[in-house]
Design a protein around this ligand. Sequence first.
Ligand SMILES: [Fe+2]
Length: 237
Amino acid sequence: MKSNRDTESAKRTRRDFLATTGATLALLAPPLTAATQLQRTPRQSLGPFYPASLPLDSDNDLVVVRGQSGVATGIITHLSGRVSDERGRVIAGALVEIWQCNAFGRYHHPGDPRNAPMDENFQGYGRFTTGDDGHYRFRTIRPVPYPGRTPHIHFAVSGPGIESLVTQMYVAGEPDNARDGLLNSIHDARARARLSVELLPTAGARDELSARFDLVLAADGRLARAQPGLLEALRRI
Ligand SMILES: [Fe+2]
């Protein structure tokens, strides 16, 4: 159980997450040499639990839901990273979306067949548009396993002029990783490692974790297919 003080503290920091960023997409000057070649983030399937409809609160703080008084059950986890192309050029104005099950293993989705409890204080989905530095950040919970899957967080990146990327982020060292069929559908161990992050204690915040997960998209030569936000694209199918 969280104390009232913890709840207030968690809610106060919410305003840190509400800052919006510029929506103009721009590939900024390369910060690295022309020879820079990053490895692209491997793709993974969308899965069945992308929100059927976006929640009213869809900001980048998933542990506090507008209109609810509590804080999500689970270990608060700060996720951040940079969106760039494989030449190291940061991508501003990219929409980064995440979705995951709650601490009991249940998604905010009418198609989730599990009987696990709902958590009215967990948003389950969040979105953030990268600023000029290409960075995103979310406050969420440490992902948990559910039957058949190792802990993971779903990610989608989209925006005008960039090729959409759908993938999943995993936790390094999780025992179920070796048995997860979706993760191991990537046969190259180095490519699998690019989807795994270390969860480290957050400095100055007791019992909270932090992780960095950079997303590397195809270079601009392959970015010709303009895509709107993922949800809009799915609605047209
Ligand atoms: Fe999932």
